[in-house]
Design a protein around this ligand. Structure first.
Ligand SMILES: [Zn+2]
Length: 239
């Protein structure tokens, strides 16, 4: 008689499936996926920002180069105007006009450079905050992965324990009965062994004939529900 063992076996199978399901639809797994997606998005933003900063630096350098050239020009005109050279009044007037023009260009350039520097500073700040965000997301992902790994390990251990217990139980069940159980378990939505309760089968709710109930309660041989075909199990009341 291995009905009790079959009932225990079914409990183990149910626990095994529940554990496997919990490992799959894990909240932490979902969270890791979500965070990884966000991290990828941030990486794209970071690369764009770095590209912008590089471009801006290049433009500033060009402007500074241009500024240096204009400043040299300015010095040249000043030397011509105020140095000890012999230029005609017409030429001096011409130098003065050119000097004024050059000064205007230089001031304009300096203003532009200043503005670009300010934009650069802002972009660098944004880059820093992006890096901070990424690093906090990376930390969070690592932390969750660690947790998940521990969880998986513990699930693995529980599954192994279940496997051991199942083997022990199976060794006490006749082989053909075990085969019937497995078929029923697959076919009957993980409920192969069901309790007899108040004279009806808890698998299909059908009231059972008296002689079958007697057979189940006597526990001499395995009894099946006449309606749904499940193995009937009866728990003796505590006396
Ligand atoms: Zn039934």
């Amino acid at each position: 008689m291995s009905r009790e063992e079959l009932y225990q076996l079914q409990k183990l199978d149910a626990r095994k499936e529940k554990l496997k399901r919990s490992a799959q639809n894990d909240l932490e797994t979902q969270e890791v996926l979500k965070l990884t997606k966000q991290l990828d998005q941030l990486k794209v933003e970071l690369e764009t920002k770095e590209e912008e900063i590089m471009q801006l630096n290049k433009e500033i350098k060009e402007k500074e180069f241009e500024n240096a050239r204009v400043t040299r020009k300015e010095e040249e005109y000043k030397n011509k105007l105020y140095g000890e050279t012999n230029y005609s009044p017409k030429e001096l007037e011409d130098f003065q006009i050119k000097l004024t023009k050059t000064e205007e260009v230089r001031e304009q350039l300096e203003e532009e450079i200043l503005e670009m520097m300010m934009i650069l500073e802002q972009k660098e700040e944004e880059l820093g905050s992006l890096e901070e965000k990424m690093s906090s997301k990376t930390d969070k992902i690592e932390e969750l992965k660690e947790k998940l790994m521990n969880k998986e390990e513990s699930i693995e251990m529980k599954l192994n324990k279940i496997k051991e217990n199942k083997l022990e139980l199976k060794s006490r069940i006749e082989e053909d009965l075990l085969e019937k159980y497995n078929k029923l378990y697959a076919k009957k939505n993980a409920r192969a062994v069901v309790k007899l309760e108040d004279n009806y089968c808890t698998g299909c709710r059908m009231t059972l004939p008296r002689n079958l109930i007697k057979k189940v309660k006597q526990s001499i041989e395995i009894a099946f529900c006449e309606n749904c075909g499940r193995i009937l199990y009866w728990e003796k009341e505590e006396e």
